[in-house]
Design a protein. Structure first.
Length: 481
RNA sequence: GCGAGCGUAGCCAAGGGGUUAAGGCAGCGGUUUGUGGUACCGCCAUUCGGGGGUUCGAAUCCCCUCGUUCGCCCCA
């Protein structure tokens, strides 16, 4: 038995070796090719070999089709958000989905993970380096600056919903193309602005029926506060360097604040006794933060102070917050945001303070699915017809009923009435309009109420004239069920 | 980039070396050729992600590969 296993192993190794040898010879034909280029080419050859094999195309890793069964949920979320934002004086903006790479490098920060390893960057045909937006704020701020949307001292309230892209391994609540609802309030330093924006997030989540979410709150101060804290933290951590996890050791030089929320147990232990950012806030920063907390409490918004909450994008100042759910697996954050007073001027605009957040719609819909929230997509009326003479009439009836506001589906199969009624049931319609040869001849239709089984005949002319009345009856029948 | 698990129909799955690959949902057709929700009957995988190997014989064992899921890193 052992002998057999050994033989299997040797044979398999031999065949792999042969295959590799073959590949080696083929790749050797191209001289002057760097090793990494060669690897790239081999990779893309593998991918195209799969495509050539005649298999149907599949959505790329980390992308997903949102199918018709799911879109009602998305539409409901979007509609709810749009109405809420409209009532709070926010206006929609739609910036493009890709920008110059440099915009994100400068805006988000070269040392961040997002810029360092997660961007979809490519050269266009003109040789420019472009990047699919990894988040929405930077591009939105670019648009605001470009079109001079903030006059001096004015306040600008904006929102946007759309996809963003990050090159990462997908897992629960994480994809390469994902969707964010983004809300930004530009032009105010007032702590009430912070709270207005946070309240919109909590209200929206509440309106959608989400409970048992928690909010972490912190202040990362202004630039000077953070610089002083950063120095103090590095001083504190340097003696412990050898005990930190590998990533944290690297971050000691590049981005020390991020060490604070490392999940490594040993690192966490060390960090416990580290100086707190909150002790380094200037009097102004402290006052701002105090007021934010006061206003939040006044509105009854519950939060937990988390001095170790450090967000991964460089542009945050003062208020930082995250809303999390315990039901999302490892990626618990549904909503993250904060103040970014320096970003707008850094991207070439006037010195303008701002605050905003983003909600991840995949994560949000994941939670809503757990709640089994299912918006209705039922039809009001189902049009059944059979026979050549009825075809055009059925179309006209459907059209007329839609014009008075009813949701109407028309059966296209021409199969037996029995079959068509089955589909009528499934459509959720309460009323069936029946058009057979006899009706077509007499210029009538049968109206059958699927709720009661009651059926009556009416002329086609009367149907369109009394359409409004019919709408009332349909609504009544729906109420009754 | 790293680690672990999993790939059988549109979906959920049983089968873990022996030849016709269970079952359920959905779909289509029929009982009912112009009247639904129920019931019953029939149809729906020459093939188990792909390639190679072992074997008289592979969905089942071995190797490679692709995909996917969850986790690490980090975030939405």
């Amino acid at each position: 038995m052992i002998v057999n296993k050994l033989r299997d192993w040797i044979r398999a190794a031999l065949s792999t070796f042969k295959r590799e040898n073959r590949q080696e010879r083929e790749t050797d034909r191209l001289p002057n090719e760097s090793k990494s280029k060669k690897l790239d080419r081999e990779k893309s050859e593998k991918v195209s070999a799969q495509v050539k094999s005649g298999k149907p195309h599949k959505a790329l890793r980390g992308t997903r089709d949102i199918l018709p069964d799911e879109t009602p949920l998305w539409q409901w979320v979007e509609t709810t958000a749009r109405e809420l934002l409209q009532r709070a004086a926010y206006r929609e903006i739609r910036p493009p989905m890709f920008e110059q790479t440099q915009l994100f490098e400068r805006g988000i920060g070269e040392a961040t993970d997002v810029v360092g390893k997660e961007m979809y960057t490519f050269a266009d045909r003109g040789g420019r380096s472009l990047t699919l937006r990894p988040e929405i704020t930077a591009g939105l701020v670019r648009a605001v600056n470009e079109h001079k949307l903030t006059a001096q001292g004015s306040v600008l309230r904006l929102w946007h919903v759309g996809p963003a892209f990050r090159y990462e391994r997908p897992q629960a609540g994480r994809q390469r193309q994902f969707h964010q609802l983004d809300v930004e309030l530009l032009g105010s330093r007032d702590p009430r602005a912070d709270v207005e924006v946070i309240a919109i997030a909590t209200t929206l989540l509440q309106t959608l029926g989400l409970k048992s979410l928690t909010m972490d709150l912190n202040s990362v101060g202004n630039g000077d506060d953070r610089q002083r804290y950063r120095d103090a933290l590095v001083d504190f951590l340097t003696p412990h360097k050898a005990d930190l996890d590998d990533d944290s050791q690297k971050r000691l030089a590049t981005n020390p604040l991020r060490i604070l929320d490392s999940k490594d147990a040993k690192t966490q232990e060390i960090v416990q006794t580290a100086p707190s950012l909150l002790d380094f806030l200037s009097p102004d920063s402290q006052q701002h933060f105090d007021q934010v907390q006061q206003y939040l409490t006044d509105l009854g918004i519950v939060y937990t102070l988390n001095p170790r909450l450090v967000r991964g994008l460089d542009y945050y100042t003062h208020t930082a917050f995250e809303i999390q759910s315990a039901d999302l697996g490892a990626q618990a954050t549904v909503c993250g945001g904060g103040r970014y007073d320096g970003l707008i001027s850094q991207l070439g605009g006037a010195d303008t303070p701002a605050i905003g957040w983003a909600i991840g719609l995949e994560r949000l819909t994941l939670l809503l699915k757990q709640l089994a929230v299912e918006p209705s997509t039922a039809m009001d009326v189902y049009v059944v017809s059979r026979g050549a003479a009825t075809a055009g009439k059925a179309l006209q009836v459907a059209q007329a009923l839609r014009q008075v506001g009813l949701a109407v589906e028309m059966d296209l199969s021409g199969s037996a009435f029995g079959k068509q009624f089955k589909r009528a049931d499934r459509s959720g319609a309460v009323l069936c309009v029946i058009l057979g040869e006899a009706e077509a001849e007499q210029g009538t239709v049968q109206l059958k109420w699927l709720t009661s089984g009651e059926q009556s005949e009416i002329s086609q002319a009367a149907l369109t004239q009394a359409a409004d009345e019919l709408v009332q009856k349909v609504r009544q029948a729906q109420q009754a069920t």
